[in-house]
Design a protein. Structure first.
Length: 206
């Protein structure tokens, strides 16, 4: 199958295509870099699910092709779920990953040291031009480290320690991270749902 990722990031499109293939769904995943005329809607919803569905629906309608999208972020229990859907904008527009990590660690210093429980959450959406949609979710439980560690990954990876690990996400190998990541789990589940969908369509069941 052929789908368009609601992102201009070609590397991300290739990564998702690889995850889908590992889950048994071979798909050509194009990025929005191939469709510069399409402008994504702002992420104004209160949940990852709503944001991902809005992006997938918008792209599917604009290009008249099936689209996939995701929205993800970090939820910290001691901060009542923040930064949540504001993860990318937590330290303001234009802030770096380091800026966001610094802000979050500073906020945690103002609360009790335990628990520092947190999770990465991802919602992966699929939309067809006729309005049909699928939605899958994935989470990775863990805790917030006291300081950044590791050179790999991106975002909050240097301060997030996955459950059962002493290393941060940024200290894991790419293969180790993919096996447990929220995004990997969400897109593997979406691949299963798409395989079921394609099987029903092939069988004439809609």
């Amino acid at each position: 199958m052929r789908v368009v990722l609601a992102s201009q990031n070609r590397a991300k499109a290739a990564e998702i295509a690889s995850v889908l293939a590992e889950a048994g769904l071979r798909a050509e995943v194009l990025s929005l870099a191939e469709f510069p005329q399409v402008v994504l809607p702002p992420e104004t919803a209160d949940t990852f699910e709503e944001n991902s569905l809005a992006k997938a629906r918008h792209v599917a309608s604009a290009i008249d092709m099936p689209s996939i999208a995701d929205d993800s972020g970090l939820e910290v229990d001691a901060l009542h779920g923040r930064p949540g859907v504001m993860s990318a904008r937590y330290a303001g527009e234009g802030a770096s990953d380091a800026d966001r990590n610094t802000k979050l660690l500073a906020e945690l210093r103002r609360v009790a040291p335990e628990p520092r429980s947190a999770r990465f959450r991802c919602a992966a959406a699929y939309a067809e031009p006729d309005g049909f949609t699928l939605l899958a979710e994935g989470t990775c439980e863990g805790r917030i480290a006291e300081s950044p560690r590791g050179e790999g990954g991106f975002g909050y990876d240097p301060i997030f320690v996955p459950e059962g690990e002493n290393r941060t996400m940024a200290e894991l190998t790419p293969a180790e991270k993919d096996a447990i990541s929220h995004r990997g789990k969400a897109f593997r589940r979406l691949a299963e749902m798409l395989r079921e969908r394609l099987g029903r369509v092939d069988a004439g069941l809609g």
